[in-house]
Design a binder for this molecule. Structure first.
Ligand code: NAD
Length: 492
C-alpha cells in the first residue's frame, strides 16, 4: 500500500470518484489494460494511436485505453506524469539509420489498483469496456506456464477471501471479480487479450483465470468464463528497454510486429484498417501459433541464452556484447540450430528473419540491460527453451549451442561468476531453490539435479540431454569462466 498519507484515498472518496466516472459522457468503447510498463506504451499504445488517427480520418469511432497497475513508486510517478502531460507521452524509435518520435495519446487513464481497487474492478466491469489486455510479465499469471496450475502466493490467498475479493491485490483477483460482476449484471463478456511474451499466451491466461475462479468455488462463474469469455492468442514484438523513471521518454527499436488471433467475444477495434503488409504490420489471423513459434524460439530463446553468456563475460548492455565476435557467433549459431525445430508461417523467409534478429540485438541506440534479459530465468527456460529441447530430443538431433546456453545458465544460477564476484539473481519463482543446487553442481560437476529441478524429470532424467549439458558444463568449469571458455572455443 501507499506509504504517504496524502496518497491514500479513503473508500468514500473512491466511491464518489467511481460514480463520477460512471456518469462520464465520453463513451468511446474502451480497452482496459493491466500492467503499464514501457513495452505496452511502445507497442500496443503505438498501434492504438495509429488506429485512432485512421478512425478519425475515416469518421469512425475511436477507442480509449484505460490502464490499471499495481501500487509502486513507478506507478505513482507515471500517474503524476500523466496528470501533467494530459495523458500523452513520446515514444522514440532509434537505430543507426533511423530516429523518429511519435506522441501517443491512446491511454486516457491510469488507476493504481493498490489504492483504488474498486475503481479498477469497475473499469473492467463497465459495459463499455469490451477488451481487457495485459502485460504483467510471466510472474503476473501466478501459474505454472506449462500446466496452467495456479501457484498460490499471499496475494492470491488474500483475494480468495470474501473481503479480499472486493479489494484484490493480484491480477487474477482483479479480473475474476470484474468478470463475476459482469456475469451478475448480465453484461457481455470481455475478450481477454494477453500481450505478454508467453507461448500460447491466450491459453495460459485462460487456464489461470478459470483455475482461480475454480479456487473461489463459484461453479457458475467458472462455467461462464469457460464458455463465454474468449482469450485470443497474440504475438508481440518490439524491443523496449526499461528506463530509470517511469516518466522518462520511452525508447525502443523501429521494428514492431503484432499478430492477433481474431477470436473476440465482444466488440474490438477494426485493426484491419491498419497496415497489414511490410514492416510494422499487424497480422490478423485465425492461427497465431506458427508466428509465435518462430518469434519465441528464434528471438526470445536466443536472447535469454545469449544474455547469461554476455553477463558472465562482463557485459552489462546487450549491444556491447553483440560487438564481441565470440558472442555474435554464438547468437548466429543459436538461431541456425533452433531453426531446425521451426515450422514457419507461409511466406516467411526464416533465414532473413534470423539475420534481422542479429541486427536488432546489436542496435547500439536501443541498449537493453543484460540483467533485464537474465531475469526470471526459470520461467523463461521452461517457456522458451524446454519446447526446443523436446523437439531436438524427439528428432534425435544434438543441440550443442542450446546445451552451452543451459550450461552457462547453471553457472550463472550459482550466484557467483568465474572470478569470485557475486551475481544478483532476479528470479522470484525459483532463483533461491536453484542457487544451492547450482553451487553443488560447481563442486561435483553433476548437472542432473539442476536439470530435474529446473525443467522437470522428463528433461533432467533424459540421458541424451544430460550428457550434452554435462559435457559443456564440464568444459566451462574446467576453463574457470565463461569468458575463458568462449576464448578457448574460438581457438578450436
Ligand atoms: P515491466 O516490468 O516494465 O512492466 C510490467 C508491468 O506489469 C509493470 O508496470 C508492473 O507493475 C505490472 N505488473 C506486474 N505484475 C502485475 C500484476 N500482478 N498486476 C498488475 N500489474 C502487474 O516490463 P515491460 O518491459 O513493459 O514488459 C512487460 C511484458 O511485455 C514482458 O513480460 C513481456 O512479456 C512483454 N514484452 C516485452 C518486450 C520488451 O522488449 N520489453 C518485448 C516484447 C514483449
Amino acid at each position: 500500500a501507499s506509504e504517504s498519507a496524502d496518497e491514500v484515498r479513503t473508500d468514500s472518496a473512491e466511491t464518489t470518484e467511481t460514480r463520477n466516472r460512471a456518469a462520464d459522457s465520453r463513451r468511446n468503447p474502451a480497452i482496459v489494460h493491466i500492467g503499464l510498463g514501457n513495452f505496452v506504451r511502445a507497442h500496443f499504445g503505438r498501434y492504438m494511436q495509429d488506429y485512432n488517427e485512421k478512425a478519425k480520418e475515416l469518421g469512425l469511432q475511436q477507442w480509449d485505453i484505460r490502464a490499471v497497475d499495481r501500487d509502486s513508486p513507478r506507478t505513482r510517478d507515471l500517474i503524476e506524469y500523466f496528470d501533467e502531460s494530459n495523458y500523452t507521452y513520446d515514444v522514440t524509435a532509434l537505430s543507426q539509420e533511423y530516429q523518429g518520435t511519435k506522441t501517443i495519446g491512446a491511454f486516457k487513464e491510469l488507476v493504481n489498483m493498490g489504492t483504488s481497487p474498486e475503481i479498477a474492478i469497475e473499469m473492467l466491469a463497465d459495459e463499455n469496456t469490451k477488451v481487457c489486455s495485459l502485460t504483467v510479465t510471466e510472474k503476473g499469471y501466478s501459474c505454472d506456464l506449462g500446466t496452467g496450475a495456479i501457484i498460490m502466493n499471499p496475494e492470491l490467498e488474500h483475494d480468495l477471501t470474501n473481503e479480499g475479493s472486493q479489494k484484490p491485490k493480484s491480477m487474477l483477483g482483479l479480473v475474476v471479480e470484474a468478470l463475476r460482476r459482469r456475469m451478475e449484471r448480465g453484461h457481455q463478456p470481455l475478450s481477454m487479450m494477453s500481450l505478454d511474451n508467453i507461448p500460447g499466451n491466450g491459453f495460459v491466461f485462460q487456464n489461470a483465470v478459470v483455475g482461480f475462479a475454480r479456487l473461489k468455488g463459484c461453479l457458475r462463474l467458472e462455467e461462464w468464463i469457460r464458455t463465454k469469455v474468449y482469450f485470443p492468442n497474440t504475438m508481440v514484438d518490439r524491443i523496449t528497454p526499461n528506463t530509470k523513471l517511469a516518466s522518462d521518454a520511452v525508447i525502443c527499436e523501429p521494428f514492431r510486429q503484432w499478430v492477433v488471433e481474431t477470436r473476440f467475444c465482444n466488440d474490438r477495434p477494426q485493426w484491419e484498417l491498419l497496415k497489414t503488409k511490410g514492416v510494422n504490420k499487424i497480422i490478423l489471423t485465425d492461427d497465431v501459433i506458427p508466428y509465435e513459434h518462430l518469434k519465441v524460439r528464434i528471438l526470445n530463446a536466443t536472447h535469454s541464452m545469449f544474455a547469461y553468456c554476455a553477463y558472465l563475460c562482463g557485459y552489462r548492455q546487450i549491444d556491447k556484447a553483440m560487438a564481441d565476435t565470440r558472442l555474435l557467433y554464438m547468437v548466429q549459431s543459436a538461431t541456425r540450430e533452433t531453426l531446425t525445430t521451426v515450422h514457419p508461417p507461409e511466406g516467411v523467409d526464416t533465414t532473413e528473419y534470423a539475420d534481422l534478429i542479429v541486427e536488432r540485438f546489436g542496435n547500439p541506440r536501443v541498449s537493453d540491460a543484460v540483467a533485464r534479459v537474465c531475469e526470471d530465468g526459470s520461467m523463461k527456460a521452461n517457456s522458451f527453451w524446454k519446447p526446443i529441447i523436446q523437439d531436438h530430443v524427439f528428432a534425435d538431433r544434438r543441440f550443442p549451442i542450446m546445451a552451452i546456453g543451459i550450461a552457462t545458465w547453471i553457472f550463472y544460477s550459482s550466484g557467483e561468476d568465474g572470478h569470485g564476484h557475486a551475481i544478483e539473481i532476479r528470479d522470484p519463482m525459483m532463483g533461491e531453490t536453484l542457487k544451492p543446487i547450482a553451487k553443488q553442481a560447481r563442486k561435483d560437476k553433476n548437472v542432473r539435479p539442476f536439470l530435474c529441478q529446473a525443467f522437470g524429470e522428463e528433461i533432467g532424467d533424459n540421458e541424451f540431454v544430460a550428457q550434452q549439458v554435462e559435457y559443456w558444463y564440464g568444459r566451462i568449469v574446467g576453463e574457470g569462466s565463461v569468458d575463458e571458455f568462449l576464448t578457448s572455443m574460438e581457438k578450436e
